[in-house]
Design a protein around this ligand. Structure first.
Ligand code: AMP
Ligand code: MG
Length: 316
């Protein structure tokens, strides 16, 4: 586990323009000095991430925000007051300080203050904002432990180990418009919680231009993943692993991972990617089947991850 001297070493790497994987409360990030285009380029290279998919910048204090964005929107401060540090990313007009590479040429930048003590200390000690996507190969399962990072990015310069992440899925991403906010990616902070601070803009459709990273396929395991429905129920369960939530579908499966004993959707979020990693690595399992949940509250974010993980396998 990480301590102060590990964080100092990692911060030194960041200052030298190298890459560091670090825990946040959502998933592990692959960080670089956000203001150094050469360092940021290494993120795209190591992840094999297409350059049209913009990065989120992580900050440790609100003073850093002011340098990265243009203009002063009171609503940003109200949202920051309520949800930061925490799993909320705000897409805002960018300042000239932010390299175009970070934002894939967009005039806006995604910013968040992570709710994880190691992440905050790393950013503070580095002395710069840290651009960081999830620390996995592009399109693959997100990492929620240091071991998951090592599995996909064995050649990374440095990994700060902070144990398993506490939220487990990526941040909610919002954009502010004249009318209020739009959700670009669902996460554990729900529309209902956001609406208590800023009005909802009413547009639920994600505009493809404003969220270029919102591919249909993402978080994709190397093995077939199905969302449990009547069709997948015909699959050969003797070689299948079930990601179980309600406990009602478990009979006949070779293996079962229960994501929540208390049947709480927050636990599904915490354990969803780890369950996928476990079945991906298990030689007894050929197919994984995930139990769907109703699309309200955090259920929206869970179903978004499951659909994207299943997308490439829909006709397999
Ligand atoms: P991640 O790869 O989980 O760090 O998330 C990055 C995602 O944030 C991208 O794939 C985009 O969908 C979204 N994002 C980041 N910056 C912007 C931006 N300026 N405008 C719209 N979406 C953004
Ligand atoms: Mg990612």
């Amino acid at each position: 586990m990480s301590n102060t001297s590990n964080i100092e070493t990692a911060a030194q790497y960041i200052r030298e323009g190298k890459l560091v994987a670090f825990p946040t409360e959502t998933v592990y990030g692959l960080g670089a000095n956000a203001l150094n285009p050469m360092a940021v380029a290494k993120i795209f290279e190591l992840k094999e991430r297409p350059s049209f998919d913009p990065l989120i910048i992580h900050i440790a204090h609100i003073g850093q925000l002011e340098k990265l964005v243009q203009g002063k929107d009171e609503r940003v401060y109200q949202l920051a007051e309520k949800f930061w540090p925490g799993p909320l990313t705000m897409v805002l007009p960018k300042s000239t300080l932010v390299p175009d590479l970070v934002t894939s040429g967009l005039p806006t930048v995604g910013i968040r203050m992570p709710g994880n003590a190691i992440a905050l200390e790393l950013i503070r000690t580095s002395g710069c904002p840290v651009a960081a996507p999830s620390a996995n190969k592009f399109g693959r399962i997100s990492p929620t432990t240091a071991a998951h990072v090592k599995k996909q990015l064995p050649n990374i310069d440095y990994i700060l180990d902070g144990g398993k992440t506490s939220v487990g899925i990526e941040s909610t991403i919002i954009k502010l418009t004249d009318l209020g906010f739009q959700i670009l990616r669902n996460g554990i902070i729900t529309l209902e919680e956001l609406e208590a601070v800023v009005p909802f803009d009413g547009h639920t459709e994600i505009e493809s231009l404003s969220a270029p990273g919102m591919m249909k396929s993402h978080y994709s395991p190397r093995k077939r993943l199905l969302i449990a429905d009547s069709a997948s129920m015909n699959a050969d369960k003797s070689k299948a692993g079930l990601i179980s939530f309600s406990g009602k579908l478990e009979s006949g499966y070779r293996k079962v991972i229960r994501v929540s004993e208390r049947k709480d959707l927050k636990d599904y979020a915490v354990n969803i990617f780890e369950a996928m990693h476990t079945f991906e690595d298990d030689p007894d399992i050929e197919v994984m089947v995930a139990e769907p949940v109703s699309e309200t509250g955090i259920g929206k974010a869970i179903m978004d991850r499951l659909r994207k993980a299943a997308y490439n396998w829909r006709q397999a």
